[in-house]
Design a protein around this ligand. Sequence first.
Ligand code: PLP
Length: 455
Amino acid sequence: MSALPNSIQARDVRYLLHPVTNARRHEETGPIVIESGDGIYVTDSDGRQYIEAMAGLWSVGVGFGEKRLADAAHRQMLKLPFYHSFSSKSNEPAILLAEKLVEISHERLQRVFFTNSGSEANDTVVKMIWYLNNARGKPQKKTFLSRLGAYHGITIASGSLTGLPTNHRDFDLPAIPVKHLTCPHYWRQGREGESEADFVDRLAQELEDVIAEAGADTIAAFIGEPLMGAGGVMPPPEGYWVRVQEICRRHDILIVADEVINGFGRLGTMFASDYYGIDPDVMVVSKQITSSYQPLAAILFSDEIYQGIADNTAKIGTFGHGFTASAHPVACAVGLENLAIIEENGLVANAKASGEVLQRELARFRSHPLVGEVRGVGLIAAVELVADKATKARFDPVGKAGAPLFGFGHEHGVIVRAIGDQIAFCPPMIIRPDEVVEMVARFERALTDTAAHLA
Ligand code: PLP
């Protein structure tokens, strides 16, 4: 860190508490202050350029420095910088974006509610479904089913749905009725001698057992990321979602697809629900909806849910939920332009093509002594580092390899994400095949340094 007491780094340390950061360690290292971005690159305040292999936080789909989004925001700011959507007020960008989302998503999804973040969206989903079930005369139908390893956000309800210990510890979470089922990650959770198909049978049976034990009339919904992201990029086993869906439908349990990371092309299909054959009752999207140029999330849901909620508003007077910036006109204008860019520039197809290169390039590391598993779909992937390749033993402490690799990555000009010892990749969807090769080459140098550091 710059030793100058008034450097930008020193002032960061003086004033800021950072999310998901060890504050004491941060006081020593200081921040990397990112100053600008262009395409797949970002540049820090010392002039160092990095390939952003994580698209920021799984989110800058169209890349950095996209002038069309800046122009869309500018135009909308001059015309109408803000208006709320309470008590029947509306604005054109919000209406057009809702219409667009319904058009490009599954037929079952007919209605939209906007929030500012994925966490708020998932809290809203919980409240909407509770509200609905109270209205349906099923006040006991409140429990959510989620999975260990899931990430659904960090607010009180969404943080409860999240199945990661670091997001619960010392926060008194979970704080809503939720049951976390086995993480559907075959490589880690599959048992000795168990085939992938047997693993799916076991998870399906677990779901049936949990429903039978609690009673279907107490379970409101099953929420899941089609492909789990922030917990370590874990694609589900073959056939898993079709089984989960069949069981939930049979028991009147709503299916919520959390596509906050997956949505808008990440897997090479517009939605990951398309990829896995999921037909959700509710879909949550955010991040790539605006490429994170503006904070925005949307909940898409069925007309059946809408009608139940609408009837209750007539009965009790209102849907008493919403945020000051729900359906923010600038965020929605940016979202509309962003989706137009994704369409016009064929970024879903590009994610598929460049994704194939990413998966192929990373597959080379399967034989590396530090690598336990390489996994992913399209332009999202992870390389899991292990202490013992044969037994899959984790490092002790967790992060012993991931943390140095993250640092070496910076030295070699690539920003990855280390989730413990799972190294995640989720680059902007504009990335070209040759840029994928360069990104992976930089990762390889960091991996070589990590191996030397641990030796
Ligand atoms: N859901 C998923 C699947 C996510 O990956 C995230 C964030 O990474 C969230 C919800 C929470 O979104 P936010 O950080 O915007 O609150």
